[in-house]
Every structure is written in C-alpha cells, then in structure tokens.
Design a protein around this ligand. Structure first.
Ligand code: RP5
Length: 164
C-alpha cells in the first residue's frame, strides 16, 4: 500500500467481501492511485459509516467505492451522507447469485445517486477504472496512467483467435 494520501476510499460491508474488493485496490495501485480500505457495514456499524462518510471529503478522498452483498445498503447509505461520487459493487451471493444486491444498489430514489457496477470481480475492477477516469479529469498523472492502461489493453487483444 502506498504512503501517499488516499484519493479513493474503498469500503465494504464485511471481511467476506475483501477477496472481491481487493481487485479494486490492485487496479488502483497499478495506476499509481493511492487508496484505503475499510470494513464498514450500514447495518452492523452505522456509526462507523456516519463518521467515515462525514470526514472523507475533508480528508482528501475524492471517490468512494462501496462493495456489499445481500441487502447491500452500504453504497446508498454512504451516498446519503457524503457529497462525493459513490460507486457500488454488488457481491455475488448464495441465494440469488447477487441479483438481489445489484437491484438494491441500482434502485436508488431520485436525488441520491449511486453509480452501480457489475457483479463481483468485474465490478470491482471496473469501479477502480471508473474512479480513475473521474480522477483523471483533474490529475494529469492519473490521466496518463489511465490512457496507458487503455492503450496496453487494446494492444493486448490479438486479431485472430488461436487454439488453447
Ligand atoms: C453484507 O452482507 C456484506 O457486504 C456481505 O456481502 C454480506 C454477508 O456478510 P457476512 O455475513 O459474510 O459478514 O452486509
């Protein structure tokens, strides 16, 4: 983890979300973007949520990525408190494959937006990239790192398939 001041706050409802949310951390770090990771539950630790979201902007956090499963109230609850952009990552769950969490995150009442990504690992990676693109609007170093990532990704796609 970098010593730089974190620009992205990654919060998750449970330790059990970490194996997915660490993909967001790894993607941000690969782009040179400092982040911090915290376990904060809308239901189990509501005071921690309130304190974190009230202080985040003044501490220099610019984007919050919130991962949660089941009722998945975390991103919406965070968005209700902080003016920062909140990106939601629904966890794949045992009961409905995570569709329950995805719908919960998506169906925010008008006026309190959450930018919900796809389920699980892909969602966590894309949340990090979306956070990078937001930060890139006001940070040339991040803009270059994000452009370089996109260029390398494109160059890495072969024109023709081959047998495994
Ligand atoms: C949610 O409930 C968490 O985000 C997690 O995805 C889910 C289950 O939590 P644990 O019972 O594994 O702690 O709040």
């Amino acid at each position: 983890m970098s010593d730089l001041k974190p620009l992205v706050g990654i919060i998750m409802g449970s330790q059990s979300d970490w194996s997915v949310m660490r993909n967001a951390v790894e993607r941000l770090e690969s782009l040179g973007i400092a982040c911090e990771s915290k376990i904060i539950s809308a239901h189990r630790t509501p005071e921690r949520l309130d304190q974190y979201c009230r202080a985040a902007k003044d501490r220099g956090i610019q984007v919050i990525i919130a991962g949660a499963g089941m009722a998945a109230a975390l991103p919406g609850s965070a968005a209700a408190i902080t003016p920062l952009p909140v990106l939601g990552v629904p966890m794949e769950g045992k009961m409905m494959g995570g569709l329950d969490a995805m719908l919960a995150m998506t169906q925010m009442p008008p006026g309190v937006p959450v930018g919900t990504l796809g389920l699980g690992k892909a969602g966590a990676i894309n949340a990090a990239l979306l956070a990078a693109s937001i930060l890139a609007l006001s940070d040339e170093k991040i803009a270059k790192a994000y452009d370089d990532f996109r260029t390398a990704q494109t160059a890495g796609v072969p024109e023709e398939p081959k047998d495994d």
